[in-house]
Design a binder for this molecule. Structure first.
Ligand code: ADP
Ligand code: MG
Length: 310
């Protein structure tokens, strides 16, 4: 039902991104907790109307178990507030805790479940809402004690434009070569296969504990490496050939060779994760890690980690 910013009580900051902050808020009358993303925005009223219309599309019936529920969007003093389901944490904090605090690695069966769930979510927003995500990365995959859910898709093009200029260079490049190199940029716009690349980088990162392009220090060097360097390859003994093949297929530098979602959903790496006992096992694992995370007070997730060979 309808609510205004005045119905919400601030319960503190959860995180900060390029676009603004995310707060935990409580809807006073119902006691519902939610995550509210507050985006600094300078758009005028006419643009605000259009943005709300665009945001409405993600308010349509959501029957996917792997997409974060939207509660609504509103404007307060020009800022756009996007209200959504509150989750326990995001995959970037989750994996940094596992690898760099516990000195463990995420089991392959859990990696496979996360991959399958993210693929299903991406396929769902594309086939039912005609939305291409454009910002697939670990911090946009949220984790609860029972499952994972994708967020931050379908944010209004207007909104993206109005904040694109303020976007700092500190953001890590999850973009594929064809999005970086203007000579290769496809004229017909963003293709799902760009998201397939970002998914490959994301799985690489959570499978190893490291963002793959840290070796080439500056963001400029990283971008050049993505475009001109040899193809990135996941080569870890601990992981199965199926897992490595899945990731390396997503990381094909030629977007025409990269498979789309339907094909990837048939890959043996994710097929195994379709069994219901995999969902149960994953839930048990997620629960255990989140228990550890909520007791932890260190700010370890604020730091970047250098791979051993850097
Ligand atoms: P980014 O995704 O680039 O980190 P965001 O502004 O989208 O920046 O989010 C900042 C942080 O807030 C995320 O990294 C995540 O940890 C947290 N967050 C975002 N949305 C939610 C949510 N619905 N539930 C719990 N935590 C969230
Ligand atoms: Mg985000």
């Amino acid at each position: 039902y309808k609510f205004t910013p005045n119905d919400l009580i601030d319960r503190g900051v959860i995180g900060e991104g390029n676009f603004g902050i995310v707060c935990k808020m409580e809807h006073e009358k119902s006691g519902t907790l939610m995550a509210v993303k507050r985006i600094r925005s300078t758009v005028d009223e006419r643009c605000q109307k259009q943005m709300l219309n665009e945001l409405d599309i993600v308010m349509r019936e959501n029957t996917s178990p792997h997409i974060v529920q939207f509660y609504g969007a509103l404007f307060k003093e020009g800022d756009c507030w996007i209200c959504m389901e509150l989750m326990d944490t995001s995959l970037d904090r989750f994996y940094k805790f596992v690898y760099h605090k516990r000195h463990q690695s995420i089991p392959e069966s859990v990696l496979a479940f996360i991959t399958l769930a993210t693929l299903q979510a991406l396929d769902y927003i594309k086939s039912t809402w005609q939305i291409i995500h454009r910002d697939v990365k670990p911090s946009n995959i949220l984790v609860s004690r029972s499952t994972i859910k994708l967020c931050d898709f379908g944010i209004s093009g207007q909104l993206i434009d109005s904040i694109a200029k303020t976007r700092d260079a500190g953001c890590r490049p999850y973009l594929p070569p064809e999005r970086i190199d203007p000579l290769r940029a496809t004229k017909d716009g963003y293709d799902v296969r760009s998201d397939v690349w970002s998914l490959g980088i994301t799985i690489y990162e959570i499978a190893t504990g490291y963002f793959p392009f840290r070796e080439w220090t500056s963001v400029f060097d990283q971008l050049q490496q993505i475009v001109e360097g040899p193809p990135l390859r996941l080569t870890v003994d601990r992981l199965s050939d199926n897992c490595k093949d899945f990731v390396n297929t997503c990381l094909n530098k030629d977007e025409n060779q990269r498979p789309k979602y339907k094909k990837l959903l048939e890959h043996p790496f994710v097929c195994k994760a379709k069994e219901s006992k995999q969902a149960e096992n994953t839930a048990a694992y997620l629960s255990e890690i989140i228990d550890g995370l909520s007791e932890n007070t260190d700010t370890f997730e604020m730091y970047y980690y250098l791979p051993p060979n850097a």
